[in-house]
Design a protein around this ligand. Sequence first.
Ligand code: PLP
Length: 389
Amino acid sequence: MAPIASRVAELNGEGALSVFARAKELEKLGRSIIHLELGEPDFHPAAPVVDALRSAVAAGRDRYVSPRGIPALREAVAEYLLRTRSVHAAPEQVLIAPGCKMALSLAMMALIEPGDEVLYPDPGFPIYPSFARGLGAKAVPFFLEEKNQFQPDLREIAAKISPRTKVLIFNSPNNPTGTVFSDAALAQIAELAAKHDLWIIADEIYARILFSGAYKSIWSLPGMAERTVIIDGFSKSFAMTGWRLGYAVGDAKWLEKIGLLNDLLYICAPTPLQHALVAAFDLPASYYDQLRSDYARKLEMICDASAEAGIRPLRPQGSYYLLADISELGVADDQEAARVLLSRVGVAAVPGSSFYADPADGRLQVRLCFAKEASVLEEACRRIRTLRR
Ligand code: PLP
């Protein structure tokens, strides 16, 4: 049989999904598993949003709509970004897509050519290097190291920029470290982007989940709006992972052009969901305040339980992930730690190496997602504590 396209051979998936598959097998055998591997809340979207979906379906709002997204949702996103992040963007600069991953893929497809170099954070979301390679580019990691509080080293980034560098992708708060890039780091990245004429893809999917301070987007820095594409969506902040809705925000002319890709690939994001989403933006600020304080409390719970078990928490500044060091756990490496957590105590976690270009760099870490109902997380913490030697 003729081989599949070589670009597909360059792709690799997410470690979390393979742990999930293994956890599901154990569940089929009757084991009780708590899923801290996938990056998703186990609670549901706010009631007014679910009601709005029912109404949208009942009212027959289920036809193809404008490929860039319904005007009311694009307006709501633009207003929300201004209100929450000082991002000035017009509704015409917002493109609604089925999920952040799709918004990210569209942006990458539209910006990256074979032979380009793409800088991305390591550890980081594994899709960035995988998809960059799939597009024929060279994925160049820049390192987020514990000795620098997982902040980027700007001298390293500057040294890695070559005439072929086209795009720098980053994610703040970062998955898996939870690092919020400092104001100084954002300013220096912006300076490098201007100097070397780079595009910035800023994946801001965890922007609403911060443990202190207000979010700053690189878009809001002088001169950055025209060279930045913001990726965000509803999966994380609005607890809607399965609704598959996200968005890209960029220069209007550029977006109009890349819109051809969404005509080609999916026509439009699901219409009833888009209508329902408009209601999500009417949620009062107290909804987010509550979410944020809940996550902060849950972070403390999982940090305490992990520390007691000999798993050293590497505290995040945002997101709902805890990256933790397992060197005191008495296991050989992250793979064994994830195996022990899963098979001995029924807690699914992602081996740290899944987030690194060189798997050896994550050999002593695991990632735990703590966006769970309080009772579920309490039970997970109880189980983790039993690992204490
Ligand atoms: N970007 C980052 C950094 C993520 O962690 C994730 C999901 O885990 C996504 C994007 C994908 O989001 P979505 O579910 O909306 O496609």
